[in-house]
Design a protein around this ligand. Structure first.
Ligand code: ABN
Ligand code: CU
Length: 644
């Protein structure tokens, strides 16, 4: 089904990246239901805004479109659709190759768990472990990945098994090691039990909940953050202006929060920095050699859709201060729109010291405090929470930070044994396996214009035998092609990457630039021939740079779920043509994260572990752009930070 539409029919939409309203979602689903997806067997993996192409954005005229991904449970086939909301037409309806598995739907999680606990085979295996109360059993559906064997087009998950000792007990304290259950999601039935016969289930209670840990301390006094003269930011729909910064907020089922058209107002001129910035993927490989630990690997964005796992945030809990929230509109698997209220939190914070100098000769001290704007959201992926923070600083720095918290994914060993592959959590055979969280952020640059180039910069010493003179300098290497730009970090040479404009120079004649500082450069620890590594090629390099192509959106490809090899999609495919990236429209992909060598302190709930990166101006401005900060820090007239 394809319809030609005259471009003149288009209405100009003021906000190109504003997510679909519930009404628009209802219309998109309705058009599919009254068209190609009429059969009840169709499930909606996602329906969301189809972002206008860059070419259309430039013309200022673009359609309001929805894109949808569906699964037909009757045939195991998946479909992609595009719906033109201006003309109320389904303009694309494409059957995907057999075996393509769209991300797991939130409803499938619950359906999978229900099928597992209802299975007599499972109940029999549980009885061998002394577990008979099914209401206490927790089956946790994990993507099955790919291990060299095709699943014949079936949509399958593997449930890890846990139990609770009472209804609000922590199931992760009671894992059943090497006992897993395979479920056909489209048929909602158990198709296999993998029971390696390890029967010990750790039974010590370990819980973080106040019902278990007892009274909270009472010695903490309140903190309040107020803006007595009003906020420093303004919000118009999904557009935000804050001091020098300007950007649009978007939200997709796959990525959750997306920032669009990030620019900095420099002496009155709005200068573009990033066309689009988002966290696009994460993979979690596990270290222990046992079957069920090796089988664990999750592409949390591509297989589960971060947007669907987004929390509704609470004032004073997730964010503190004068908060602006944004809701997220999604559809459930039968296409019914729903809203996650307060899905995104935006607020301003004090940023500590911005700069200072005390002139000891004159006894003049100048001190300026910084501010930062934080735009955040939090997802829960079964056991884990990830809180994602984009932070804009007054000096032009953009920081991305992730707090990993929640509950460890645990394993069981025989009581009294130890393992080098993880951290014992108690003496009843409970341990937490070593694993990695390797994230990938997609940075679609527009630095002072569409055309940019990338340089690698390292601090190098010149060869010399002279004990008195040993020069060193920052060496720049232009990365000329896509393959040459797949690079690893080297913290000892202080290696980082600089994105330079090709159309603008600063006051000393250098091309204006920003730099990516890879502060947490972990890479895939599994060997190259392992299936997880093959499927998560993005996690084998710290940065990748691809020439912008519409549709190149996700580092592990459009459909990583159950996908065999992802080198036909995702980053390996995006750079395969090895195109020139000099003076081009560029996308940078940064892999970073945590090697989670678990601590006993990470249990029973993990105090935040941080990871992230910075992008900083590097010759973008002609001088420190915060010289104009007031010495009174906004408290009119006090000037108390300018003192003799
Ligand atoms: N947090 C790991 C995970 C991912 C997907 C499903 C279950 C658990
Ligand atoms: Cu972890």
């Amino acid at each position: 089904m394809s319809v030609d539409i005259d471009v003149q029919d288009r209405v100009e939409v003021a906000r190109p990246f504003e997510q679909l309203s519930r009404d628009e979602l209802t219309r998109a689903v309705g058009l599919l239901r009254s068209g190609p997806a009429a059969a009840e067997s169709f499930r909606f993996s996602s329906v969301s805004l189809r972002e206008p192409a860059k070419s259309a954005l430039k013309s200022g005229v673009f359609a309001r479109e929805a894109e949808a991904v569906l699964v037909d449970r009757a045939t195991d086939l998946a479909y992609e659709a595009v719906i033109d909301l201006d003309t109320s037409t389904v303009t694309k309806w494409v059957e995907l190759p057999a075996g393509t598995q769209p991300p797991i739907m939130a409803d499938e999680f619950a359906e999978c768990e229900a099928a597992v606990v209802a299975s007599p085979l499972v109940q029999e295996a549980l009885a061998k472990r002394g577990i008979t109360d099914m209401s206490l059993v927790a089956a946790e559906p994990w993507s099955i990945g790919y291990w060299g064997e095709d699943q014949g087009g079936k949509r399958i998950m593997r449930a890890l098994m846990f139990t609770r000792l009472e209804p609000n007990d922590n199931p992760y304290a009671h894992p059943m090691e090497d006992f897993t259950v395979l479920v056909d999601l489209n048929k909602q039935e158990v198709i296999g039990i993998e029971d390696d016969g390890f029967l010990h289930v750790p039974r010590e209670k370990n819980n973080y909940h106040p019902d278990f840990v007892g009274p909270a301390r009472t010695d903490i006094k309140p903190i309040e953050i107020t803006f007595p003269q009003g906020r420093n930011f303004t919000v118009d729909g999904n557009h935000v202006d804050w001091l020098n910064w300007s950007f649009d907020i978007g939200f997709t089922p796959r990525e959750g929060l997306v920032l669009h058209q990030i620019g900095f107002r420099d002496k009155g001129e709005l200068r573009p920095i990033l066309h689009r910035a988002s966290l696009t993927e994460m993979v979690v490989p596990y270290g222990p050699p046992t079957r069920s630990q090796q089988q664990k690997n999750a592409f949390d964005a591509g297989e589960y859709n971060f947007g669907y796992m987004t929390n509704s945030l609470e004032l004073g809990c997730d964010c503190l201060g004068d908060i602006q929230y944004f809701d997220a509109n999604l559809v459930d698997s039968v296409g019914k729109p729903y809203t996650i209220t307060n899905a995104i939190c935006l607020h301003e914070e004090d940023d500590g010291l911005e700069w200072k100098h005390w002139d000891f000769r004159t006894n003049d001290a100048q001190t300026r405090r910084g501010r930062r704007l934080v735009i955040s959201f939090v997802v829960t992926v079964a056991n884990y929470e990830y809180a994602f923070y984009w932070t804009l600083h007054l000096d032009g720095t953009i920081q991305f930070e992730i707090k990993a918290t929640g509950i460890l994914s645990t394993g069981g060993i025989a009581p009294g044994e130890t393992t080098k592959y993880g951290q014992l959590l108690n003496t009843d055979g409970l341990y937490a396996p070593i694993h990695e969280h390797i994230f990938n952020a997609r940075l679609d640059w527009a630095l002072d214009g569409e055309k940019n180039s990338v340089f690698e910069v390292e601090t190098v010493a010149e060869d010399t035998d002279d004990p008195l003179v040993s020069p060193f300098y920052a060496k720049r290497t232009l990365l000329e092609t896509e393959k040459a730009a797949a690079r690893e970090a080297d913290p000892l040479s202080h290696r980082w990457w600089m994105v330079a404009s090709e159309s603008r120079t600063n006051k000393v004649g250098e091309n204006t630039a920003y730099r990516l500082m890879p502060t947490d450069p972990v890479l895939m620890k599994k060997k190259p021939n392992n299936w997880v590594t093959k499927r998560a090629q993005f996690a084998t390099k710290t940065i990748w740079v691809s020439k912008y192509e519409e549709g190149e959106r996700y580092p592990a490809g459009e459909y990583p779920n159950q996908s065999a090899r992802l080198d036909s999609d995702g980053l390996p495919a995006y750079v395969e043509a090895d195109e020139s990236i000099v003076n081009e429209d560029l996308v940078m992909w940064h892999s970073f994260g945590l090697n989670h060598v678990v601590r006993i302190e990470d249990w029973p709930v993990m105090p935040k572990q941080m990871t992230g990166f910075f992008i900083e101006p590097y010759g973008f401005f002609d001088e420190n752009p915060t010289l104009d900060l007031p010495a009174d820090n906004g408290n009119t007239g006090t000037n108390h930070c300018s003192a003799k």
